[in-house]
Design a protein around this ligand. Structure first.
Ligand code: ADP
Length: 584
């Protein structure tokens, strides 16, 4: 029932109960002491009266005269009118009584005080008087031939004690009141701290934010409270930091381009990102969002065995890595087992890298192949000159010129490889900035003007000076120059070339480069941007083509975040359509 009350009240109730018990015990002890004191005082008085009465009887020789009546005058001078005096003969016959007619009184031999007085110094008894009906304290003493008994109304009652000890009781009540007030204040103070702490803790448990820390008293309880709050604060700080770190980690996991998943030692998923689901589905050829199913697949059998046998307690975390290929895509599977035997599987899509590696390989062999012919030619011409002693000067000059032309081809080839390599590998080298398409086009066309005129080419540039792109001028020079050189080389004679802006939107400028020459057959258009792809290798080589021109064009546009396509013109010739981001 007490639990319904507040802690403060309970504390007050407990303390005051203890205090009351102690106070009652103290009053009882005091009462008892007082009672004993009074009884012994009473006995002293009664004893003195018996002694005086005996002296009086002896002095007045009353036993001989039998004039017990004279004792009345002694009784009249007793300090209290309530004192009763009785003289009883040895056999119990009442010789005198100050209160009643002793002649009619019954024998007193069996009275307890008389019985006790017979065998000890004195006898005493507290009982109701049959004569008066009042409670008396009887005190009797044996004087040889008679007993002298004195009696007084016995009133050592609580009532009288309380009456007599009024001041003492007032003092006790005062102390009780002061103590209760003090107790109330103490419990209030203790309770306040405890209630404040309780409210604070409950608030925290319910997940409510605490704005104001309760004011705690400057004592041990306050210190405990403060320590609890400090502990909570540091715990909360650690929890918040942990939460933040977890958030960072999961953001990181979800933004990773790799597929990653963490598993418990029992192979239950802890966390995984979308890429992991996608990649594991491709690898297992099974559509499922529950990633645990990978452990049933043959592809992950290696991981399964590795995880089962890995020793998580080893100093270096056990790792497993292997590559697999599925549906034309290449993946690296990487597994790490942690100390607690939980483990991580990471799937990396290496298709792009793999393709790049293959392209690089092809490129290297293509370059070697491309270099072989001009190097062999140069070597052949020079060997002929050196070895043939009968060769005339004119022939020698012809061979040297041919060797020179082949070395130019080599230089062009090396230059184009260099440009392509730079675009692909060192893209940082090209800073994107405000670039005028018209200015670049004018510069390139003007540089080639002589050649264009020689072949009777007609050129039109329909681009405005306000057409500014976010690009790089040297990349743009490569684009326009390669396209122009191709038209010059392959389109034919008396050709019309046009560079125009055919569209623009908020983000891009759309350009078209076209000629009305022989064009490129549609079956070649798909592969025309590949490195070293030529329609007619012999003709291309003869005309000084490296097979890299359109690959440079494509990559230069891609690097500037544009796109390029090719189409045949209905009226003949080829048209390259490309867009480039606007400078805004
Ligand atoms: P190349 O260095 O051989 O010129 P490109 O990549 O520049 O290599 O061109 C690939 C092939 O595309 C050329 O060999 C040529 O046959 C064809 N080609 C390119 N541009 C034109 C064009 N304007 N007209 C006709 N054919 C072209």
């Amino acid at each position: 029932m007490l639990s319904r009350f507040s802690y403060k009240r309970r504390l007050f109730f407990y303390y005051s109960s203890i205090f009351f018990v102690i106070a009652i015990l103290f009053i009882a002890f005091q009462y008892n002491r007082e009672k004993h004191y009074r009884v012994s005082q009473l006995e002293n008085t009664l004893n003195s009266i018996t002694v005086i009465s005996n002296n009086y009887i002896i002095h007045n020789k009353i036993t001989e005269t039998k004039a017990f009546q004279t004792l009345d005058s002694l009784v009249s001078i007793f300090p209290s009118s309530t004192i009763r005096l009785t003289v009883i003969q040895n056999d119990g016959t009442v010789l005198y009584d100050s209160e009643a007619n002793w002649h009619t009184m019954e024998n007193h031999a069996n009275r307890p005080e008389i019985q006790k007085a017979k065998y000890s110094d004195f006898g005493k008894s507290i009982r109701k008087s049959a004569t008066t009906g009042l409670s008396f304290y009887y005190y009797a003493k044996d004087y040889g031939s008679y007993y002298i008994r004195t009696a007084i109304v016995y009133d050592v009652s609580i009532k009288n004690f309380l009456k007599a000890e009024r001041l003492f009781l007032l003092f006790i009540i005062g102390i009780i009141i002061i103590a209760l007030i003090a107790l109330f204040l103490i419990t209030e103070r203790l309770g306040q701290a405890i209630v404040a702490l309780k409210d604070f803790v409950v608030k925290l448990r319910l997940g409510k934010e605490y704005d104001n820390i309760p004011k705690l008293p400057n004592n041990e309880l306050g210190t405990i409270g403060e320590q609890i709050i400090k502990m909570y604060q540091s715990l909360k700080k650690a929890k918040d930091e942990l939460h933040f770190e977890k958030e960072k980690l999961s953001n990181h996991i979800y933004s990773l381009t790799d597929g990653i998943a963490l598993f418990t030692p029992e192979k239950t998923k802890i966390v995984c990102n979308n890429n992991f689901i996608e990649y594991s589905n491709i690898i297992t050829n099974h559509s499922s969002v529950s990633v645990e199913t990978i452990f049933n697949s043959n592809t992950f059998e290696k991981v399964n065995r590795f995880v089962d046998s890995a020793d998580g307690k080893a100093n270096i975390l056990p790792r497993l890595e292997y590559n697999i290929e599925r549906s034309g895509r290449h993946f690296t599977i990487h597994c790490v087992v942690y100390q607690d035997k939980s483990f991580e599987i990471m799937i990396t899509d290496i298709t792009r890298l793999e393709k790049r590696r293959i392209i690089k390989q092809q490129m290297t062999s293509n370059i070697a192949h491309e270099l072989k012919t001009p190097v062999a030619s140069v070597k052949g011409y020079l060997e002929t000159i050196l070895e043939s002693s009968n060769i005339n000067v004119e022939k020698q000059k012809e061979f040297i010129e041919k060797a020179y032309s082949q070395s130019n081809r080599l230089a062009d080839l090396i230059n184009d490889i260099g440009v392509l390599n730079k675009i692909e590998e060192a893209s940082d080298h090209f800073t994107m900035q405000e670039t005028s398409v018209l200015q670049v086009a004018n510069d390139v066309f003007d540089n080639m003007r002589q050649k264009l005129n020689e072949k009777g080419f007609e050129t039109t540039i329909s681009v405005e000076s306000s057409d500014i792109i976010l690009g790089n001028s040297s990349l743009m020079i490569s684009v326009i120059q390669n396209l122009l050189e191709n038209s010059l080389k392959y389109a034919g004679e008396n050709i019309k070339i046009e560079l125009k802006k055919y569209h623009e939107d908020q983000k891009y400028i759309y350009l078209s480069f076209s000629d009305n020459g022989v064009g490129i057959p549609e079956e070649h258009q798909m592969r025309i941007f590949e490195r070293f792809y030529r329609i007619d290798s012999g003709r291309s080589r003869k005309l000084g083509g490296t097979g890299l021109g359109l690959a440079i064009v494509k990559h230069a546009i891609l690097l500037q975040k544009g796109r390029i396509t090719i189409k045949s013109r209905a009226e003949g010739g080829v048209e390259f359509l490309f867009n480039l981001p606007k400078y805004v």
